[in-house]
Design a binder for this molecule. Sequence first.
Ligand code: UDP
Length: 329
Amino acid sequence: MKVLVTGGAGYIGSHVVDLMVNRGYDVVVFDNLYTGHAEAVHKDALFVKGDLLDKPAVDKLFDEHDFSGILHFASHTLVGESMQLPWLYLRDNAVAASNLLEAAARKSVKRFILSSTANLFDAPEVIPITAEERIVPGSPYGESKFFVERYLHWMERIYGMAYCCLRYFNASGAHPLGHIGEDHTPEYHLIPIILQVALGQREKLTIFGDDYPTPDGTCIRDYIHVIDLAEAHVLAFEALADGKSRKYNLGNGKGYSIQQVIQMARDITGHSIPATAGPRRAGDPATLIADSTRIQKELGWQPEFGDLHQIIQTAWNWHQSHPHGYASK
Ligand code: UDP
């Protein structure tokens, strides 16, 4: 079965590609390498360098291949950046998805998985956050994902395209075999930044706000291992064979404050990891914890790397073996 993975050279996409190739899927990766790495793509996947904003390139891709389904990761993904450069999100993420969906509809593709986000839930009424929670995007990034979720609603109604929106909480960790992991330049995510301090690549880290309404004043997040996320994509993709669309929240249902994450990393790395509090980062909700009951019940998804220790340990293994990411080799 041939599938298209947009953004398959990126952090989460590359882990999903790795799993799908190992499960026997014929995978085509389309990625502009804006943040991704060609080295991250499984050697048995076909890699096509291209940009979803380039509509003729997207149309050519669909002329050359018949895809049974699409997993769409390619997008700008930073909450903080989206508050400074909203057009990258409200324009580019939307246009990219639109070019992709137009080509997919033309070729009658019937299965679509969207990499969505917990940033849809800026003002949750109940925590842990269920998939039924009211949507209040926390930033232009979250808004751009909400737009694509709505777009899919119309693709289903008009073209019968079954879709699954996977709203990830904080994707983290690395492949336990150590061949793929997180590599962003510059890095903006908490766990890799902490580990860069432990590697001596940064002097310290800044905690973005310690005056949130949480027990220690720092933001609480639900960290989910990238391998568990990858497994959820495969399960969701298989489930879409029944033609029913779905929306799932994906996390471990456990929240850790930034201070708790730093402390766990100190225990694992043996480094003091100096950290000082600075101003809040715009767009950050105080607490994001997922209720993933729906995907557990409906698809039998169970996290294998459900505790933060395993998440940070696999990330630390990756950072030690690849101190400069894919450029280390
Ligand atoms: N964070 C921080 N310092 C950093 C990077 C991140 O305090 O150098 C905080 C960030 O404000 C958020 C949490 O760590 O509260 C997780 O941020 P990350 O960017 O990893 O993921 P996000 O929650 O934006 O998806």
